[in-house]
Design a protein around this ligand. Structure first.
Ligand code: ATP
Ligand code: MG
Length: 565
């Protein structure tokens, strides 16, 4: 990281080159692009970005940074029906937050509508594009199947003059929506379905979030994308594997008009276990209120991960670890969780918090005494220093840390047993107090003054150390515990039914948690390790007096276990 401008530099220089870097280095050798690297990240503003997009962002901006090139942000806004300014704004915020800078190079495909129209006119003039009157349904019938060649449209051999007139009339709004298309004249028998006279323009009276009602015809993705790349002088147009079969068309358009020709390169999209990664499905979850919005901390969106407590560094390091592949695969979500643990372990202060409080009265402790104990903020980083935590006759511990009838391997508190309170004393459980219904409501304990952490003279050792919070100065707070949003590894396996795999227990809200006093000051997005419980982040809606924490991730690292097997 370059501290000053937050620009990630090539973080892993010694790694072997990936296949995209190999292509770029070869292009340097042959001087294919004049020693330049110019990439772009081209989202369609029809949803919030997700962790898959983060991979693409890290790849495009990362490669440009590595080779001292540049990367554009381009909104691929050719389908006005699904697009919205809300998405345009969120995408910019997310890319910036990830630590990347497009400088003054933010573009919209809609900026090129006039130019794209002119390109289409040139294709007509060359005799390689025609206006077709087949309806959507007829077009489907004429297209054939991968094994059966398509049929040529009866309108395919219109004269250039007629096509020019009709296309202009299309633009001028003289025809109904869907009644005509402009199509490329390529090959209806091509084994590649994308080459069977694909549509270039369709008529659609839809208000566009930038061009308003200026246009009633909109260019198709394949046509708009290659020319946008060409106009911006992109060298390497990096996209996901499903576009491999579109590449001949990408090349065909550019070759027909003999314009500057970027190289399209495909890589495998990121799939994560226990996660869905399609904007359509994520939108469905939002609209049908299975989650609380795009930034619900269970969502794999960048804003969801941010709210959950993920850092940009952890996401970039994740992207670096998974690398780029040419074949589709699924990454274990445990690797993403590992990346955030690794980062938060270094940077987050440790504090104590009790999620399910159980009262502990220390019967031999002086009644009105409040003691100040010293606690270490971050054992990984001595520069973070220490803080003071109060201790008194009444403390709370987590219910899980006491068992009335424990197994042999339970080293925490039990009747007659001893445990160390972190940074404080060893206590012994003398009595278990229950209410009328038999619920344990309090433990009466004694402490041994000689066992004070750091300064005590006793050399007594116990097997368990537990966290706790002093009663009078504790801060009340809400803690939200998250589990995976889906209960199966591949929720998208069965297209129709991904929602049936939603995990009903993905969110647990604990309202009566007790937090160490210093957390009263915590601000949204502050991050801490709650000792023994995991990494937690202050929620966006948190306010003084109503502190809310999200658990980012627990401490147990299932990835290390897998990796060390
Ligand atoms: P989705 O499939 O989630 O709807 P999309 O491909 O339609 O996504 P775009 O806005 O077109 O979304 O994506 C912008 C860029 O991000 C494209 O270059 C696309 O290839 C890339 N991208 C999208 N999803 C992934 C993914 N899962 N892994 C890597 N790159 C991705
Ligand atoms: Mg897309």
């Amino acid at each position: 990281m370059d501290e000053k401008n937050n620009t990630p530099v090539n973080e892993n220089v010694q790694k072997p080159l990936n296949f995209i870097q190999e292509i770029i280095e070869k292009d340097f050798e042959t001087n294919k692009f004049n020693q330049k690297v110019h990439t772009r990240f081209p989202p369609e503003p029809n949803g919030y970005l997700h962790i898959g997009h983060a991979k693409s962002i890290c790849l495009n901006f990362g490669i440009a940074n590595q080779y001292k090139g540049i990367c554009n942000l381009r909104f691929d806004d050719t389908n006005p029906v699904k697009e919205d300014i809300e998405y345009v704004d969120s995408i910019q915020e997310d890319v910036k937050w990830l630590g990347f800078d497009w400088e003054d190079r933010m573009f919209y495909a809609s900026d090129y509508f006039e130019q794209l129209y002119n390109y289409a006119v040139e294709l007509i003039k060359k005799g390689v594009a025609y206006v077709c009157d087949l309806t959507a349904e007829q077009l489907g019938d004429y297209r054939g199947t991968p094994t059966v060649p398509g049929k040529e449209s009866p309108y395919r051999n219109r004269s250039i003059e007629e096509n020019l007139i009709l296309f202009e009339k299309m633009r001028n709004g003289e025809f109904e929506d869907g009644s005509k298309t402009l199509r490329a004249k390529i090959d209806m028998a091509s084994p590649n379905m994308h080459m069977r006279d694909p549509a270039i323009y369709r008529i659609r009276r839809a208000n566009h979030h930038r061009t308003g009602d200026k246009w009633c015809i909109y260019p198709m993705y394949d046509f708009a994308h290659c020319f946008s790349d060409s106009l911006e002088g992109i060298t390497h147009s990096i996209c996901t594997l499903e576009f491999e079969v579109h590449r001949p068309l990408y090349d065909w358009f550019l070759d027909q008009l003999n314009v500057y020709h970027p190289q399209q390169i495909e890589f495998a999209r990121l799939n994560l276990s226990f996660t869905v990664m399609s904007k359509r499905k994520l939108l469905q979850l939002v609209q049908e209120k299975n989650v609380n919005g795009w930034d619900d901390p269970r969502m794999p969106t960048i804003c969801g991960l941010r709210r959950r407590g993920y850092t940009p560094e952890s996401i970039r390091s994740f992207a670096e670890k998974i690398g780029v592949a040419k074949r589709d695969n699924t990454i274990d979500v445990a690797l993403l969780e590992h990346s955030i643990r690794e980062d938060l372990n270094k940077r987050s202060n440790r504090v104590m918090a009790v999620l399910n409080p159980l009262k502990v009265s220390i019967i031999n402790y002086p009644d009105d005494q409040i003691e100040e104990l010293e606690a270490i903020n971050n054992p990984e980083d001595p520069s973070k220093g220490t803080r003071i935590i109060p201790f008194s006759k009444t403390v709370y511990i987590d219910r899980d840390d006491f068992m009335e009838n424990p197994s042999k391997k339970f080293f925490r508190l039990q009747p007659g047993g001893e445990v160390r309170l972190r940074y404080a004393y060893i206590i012994k459980c003398e009595e278990v107090v229950k209410d009328d219904t038999g619920n344990i409501v309090e433990l009466k304990c004694t402490y041994d003054v000689e066992t004070k952490s750091g300064t005590g003279t006793s050399n007594k050792k116990v097997k368990g150390t537990i966290h706790w919070v002093e009663a009078q100065k504790a801060v009340k707070g809400e803690v939200r515990l998250y589990d995976r949003l889906f209960s199966v590894e591949n929720p998208s396996g069965d297209e129709a039914d991904f929602k049936s795999f939603l995990n009903a227990d993905s969110l647990k809200v604990l309202k009566n948690c007790l937090l160490e006093p210093c957390l009263a000051e915590a601000k949204p997005s502050d991050k801490f390790q709650f000792e023994r419980l995991g990494y937690f982040c202050v929620d966006l809606d948190s306010k003084p007096g109503n502190i809310i924490f999200n658990r980012t991730v627990s401490l147990k690292d299932s990835w290390s276990k897998i990796a060390n097997k």
